[in-house]
Design a protein around this ligand. Sequence first.
Ligand code: SF4
Length: 429
Amino acid sequence: MKIHLRMLGCRLNQSEIDTMARQFQQQGHEIVDRPAQAEQIVVNTCAVTQDATRESRHLLRQLHRANEAAAITVTGCYAQIAPAEIAVLPGVARLVDNTEKEHLVTKITGQPLQTFDHEPLERADKSGAAGRTRAFVKVQDGCDNACTFCVTTVARGAGHSRALSEIVAEVRYLAALGYQEAVLTGVHLGSYGHDLGNRQGLAQLVERILAESEIARLRLSSLEPWDLAPEFFDLWQNPRLCRHLHLPLQSGCDRTLRRMARRTSQAQFRALMQAARARIADVCITSDVIVGFPGESDEEFAISAEFIGEMDFAGLHVFRYSPRPGTAAARMRQQVSEDKKRERSAYLHKLAAAAEKGFAEKQRGRHLNVLWEHIAGATEQGFMNAGYTDNYIRVQCIHPRVLTNYITPARLERYDETRRQMTVTPLLT
Ligand code: SF4
């Protein structure tokens, strides 16, 4: 059977699509790049903002136009919160809600799933086939918090963690397939293990993966700030753990944070950033911010923007608030006008671009290891190899060889503001 897979949204959706691809392939099916080649299409949708739901609907229509004969299976947060809106779209043959997502492949093929046993390890081609550089590994789903803007808890339910031994086996399997980097993801990654009665679950998971797998690099995706104690950062004494933390702040104003029901404050967040920077040299810290949350006055935004500037993030995702159905914030009075949201978003984007450049330029002249992930083009001088340093600086070099899926040292030369990346010189022997 030929299957085309698509996703929108977060890294968790990406990890789920990656897992489905591996499951289909283990069952002997083929993943195809173009929808026109497929008999089955799977779409993992997103509902985090109104734009995301609009894009999900647009993608579904586009896929149907590309291949009217293919049966489309729709899953993800949008399918969970508004199944009726999706069921009427042309070509949609099946809806699978988030609780049934793990069985999606079986529902389509009718075949049972294979577990990550030892047999594929022996068969695996370790040469680093295209696309096998960085894999997303889902370790938990759902969240027990109640941030008032968040539709994810409505769409994905309470937190539940995968068994530690199962995750370690999956990372071992990925390393044997030739992946160089695994990224642990979850809706609320920092709560890994809490539902199993283990408050130190994530730290133990990281230690076990590093001790029991050969994966060259391990990266953590988004971590809620209140889940982390300063000692957590001692894990980074192991250089295989990538020096990148994504800590969503959402607002830099305590009053807004309280209305959002975020369990952090300016003071707590500042202390956490200081602890991380003191323990992890040259750590890249990125964040998310929402502008135009209900009741965010000009004064609150000014406080927030000043704090964001002080935090000097190496990267920032700025979201314009949009009310999501079923959330407490959607019912709040004092919704902010779209013009104000656009203005605030533009201001923070400028701030973020300057901070990103500042972080990258501080690394100028350093020798850092790069995982080369893909080829961005070619010139007469060679291939344009693109990748990331472990502290998440996007880099590019022109080299006569394709370096994809190798980790090599490289000297960071200069920052290209238009492309938002560093040009580097690989230091190959
Ligand atoms: S911590 Fe808050 S924002 Fe994150 S998933 Fe849970 S409720 Fe949503």
